[in-house]
Design a protein around this ligand. Structure first.
Ligand code: SF4
Ligand code: SF4
Length: 367
């Protein structure tokens, strides 16, 4: 776990239910694994957070967290300024939460996959336009009340994604502050991920990397996978999944269980405690297949869930995904790092600019 005084990331599932049914997810969790409403007293959760963490980072999660804004309001009212707040949301129900609570979030991650046709094909018709409205609303709130500080486009990269076009659409076209993505993997049906990466993803990732490299100071921080990999290179590297699962980040399920990973509501290995009794970190041996990999310091094993769960994608498919991860890191090292080094030499960029803490924004870094 993190050292004394260091913040931990707390995912709070406000509900297991979701108002959408995206193709790669299917829409929320079954109530028997993650009930629609919390089954515990919020005061008990506050007690656990205060006992375990002097400076918690609290992210609201689901299901879709805005389905139950009651818990968001109650927890923020009780914890006040003792925590740093954020939310991962599809944004559709943004009107349900009063502006003053939106302003309290340091970070808002809005789910959107890129261009309208891509977002609506995977998330549902009309979703893109609703997210664009939510983004406009959040920018107005920021103007009026000073927060949220950072609005991140949280993308799922699928077989339809053209990563340079979609990321730049979100950053330049819509004006998101940053973009982060994860490849549609493990939970969905197997698909030809290596062939897609060879033909589309990796060549276009090079184009996106060149866009960043041409003005590294202003652009590196906006593309989170690139920033997170560069940060690891200059700051000692990862020694666990960048998301922190089960060690630096935990999830509180609506049934009161503490989970190592917020999507692992069904998996026994992921239950690491209860609100009533506290929790223990997962064993480091869970990442054993990665620690001998030369990419581990820049990758951290990518995703604990995918390392442990072998019942979804076949070994061959997971190896394809692994190949894509390594090639992604190679692109950053080959295209971006030389520009970073030059910018550091010229004094244009500081080590502070290069540092990225994924726990403050609840990102996984490696797509
Ligand atoms: S590249 Fe693959 S094997 Fe290597 S650390 Fe990352 S996930 Fe593990
Ligand atoms: S990256 Fe994997 S282990 Fe980490 S939070 Fe996401 S699903 Fe869980």
């Amino acid at each position: 776990m993190r050292g004394p005084g260091q913040a931990m990331l707390w995912f709070i599932l406000t509900t297991g239910a979701c108002n959408l049914s995206c193709h790669y997810c299917g829409g929320g969790f079954p109530p028997k694994y993650s009930p629609p409403k919390p089954q515990y007293k919020v005061e008990d959760l506050v007690g656990l957070i205060e006992k375990s963490d002097p400076r918690p980072v609290v992210f609201f999660y689901g299901g879709e967290p805005l389905v139950n804004t009651g818990l968001v309001i109650e927890l923020i009212d009780l914890l006040g300024d003792r925590a740093i707040y954020g939310i991962q949301t599809n944004g559709i129900l943004y009107k349900r939460l009063p502006e003053k609570y939106w302003a309290k979030f340091r970070t808002v991650l809005l789910s959107i996959d890129g261009r309208e046709s891509i977002t609506d094909a995977w998330r549902g018709r009309g979703v893109y336009n609703k997210v664009v409205h939510a983004l406009g609303f959040l920018k107005d709130v920021r103007e009026k009340l000073g927060g949220p500080e950072t609005i991140i486009a949280r993308m799922t990269a699928t077989i339809d994604t053209r990563i340079d076009i979609d990321v730049l659409h979100l950053l330049k076209g819509l004006g998101f502050d940053k973009a982060h993505w994860q490849i549609d993997a493990v939970w969905s049906e197997e698909w030809p991920v290596a062939a897609w990466a060879r033909e589309y993803y990796l060549p276009r990732l090079v184009k996106l990397a060149r866009w960043v490299a041409s003005r590294v100071k202003e652009r590196l921080y906006r593309v989170i996978p690139f920033h997170g990999i560069v940060s690891a290179l200059y700051n000692g590297g990862y020694n666990w999944a960048p998301c922190g699962a089960g060690r630096n980040a935990i999830a509180v399920n609506t049934d009161g269980r503490i989970l190592a990973c917020p999507i692992a509501v069904r998996e026994e290995w992921a239950t690491i405690g209860e609100i009533s009794t506290g929790f223990k970190p997962v064993n480091e041996s869970m990442m054993r297949e990665c620690v001998s990999c030369g990419y581990y310091p820049l990758c951290g094993g990518r995703c604990l869930y995918a390392q442990v769960e072998k019942n979804y994608w076949s070994k061959e498919k997971l190896q394809e995904l692994d190949w894509v991860t390594r090639k992604t890191i190679d692109v950053v090292l080959r295209v971006i790092v030389p520009s970073v080094e030059k910018a550091v030499e010229r004094g244009e960029i500081s080590l502070e600019d290069l540092s990225y803490d994924p726990l403050l924004e609840s990102t996984e870094v490696i797509p």
